[in-house]
Design a protein around this ligand. Sequence first.
Ligand SMILES: Nc1ncnc2c1ncn2[C@@H]1O[C@H](COP(=O)(O)OP(=O)(O)O)[C@@H](O)[C@H]1O
Ligand SMILES: [Mg+2]
Length: 150
Amino acid sequence: MASFNGLRENINKGKYPRLGAGSGRVVFDLKNGYVIKAAKNKKGIAQNKAECAIAKNDQSSMFAKIIDVSEDYHFVIMEKADHVRSISEVWRYYEVRNNRELASLESFQKICTKHDLLMSDLYRRMNWGIVKGKPVIIDYGFTKETKKLY
Ligand SMILES: Nc1ncnc2c1ncn2[C@@H]1O[C@H](COP(=O)(O)OP(=O)(O)O)[C@@H](O)[C@H]1O
Ligand SMILES: [Mg+2]
């Protein structure tokens, strides 16, 4: 496991560029091909937990990989992804023309059922990133379960 105390210190010192934030987490660039997602609140902890559970059970390779997590789920370390400028980049990769066609793909139905995700969350470019030329889902902590709770 990484030294999360050391990483926390570096974050506080402003050593890692801030890539973005959502309602539950702040994300920093570790500048080694990975990002660290730091929970801001209870919701962020729940999202980190949900992402770890999905990453652990995933066989689809449609999700950005998680390589480490702190014991308290305050931090997860994930592959760094490049920006997706338009959802059409995802469509092009999966050879579909729109979100309706994306939703009809077996691979998408499978991951949504298996991991309790809402298909409509996968229509938004913000939830996607590019890793090694391939679109992958980068924000997948928002399962129906965490949505219900927060
Ligand atoms: N794996 C990643 N690689 C690069 N940037 C990321 C990655 N994960 C998240 N980000 C950036 O951080 C922002 C917030 O992360 P996100 O997972 O959406 O947090 P939240 O669950 O709080 O919405 C994203 O909108 C994106 O800009
Ligand atoms: Mg988000």
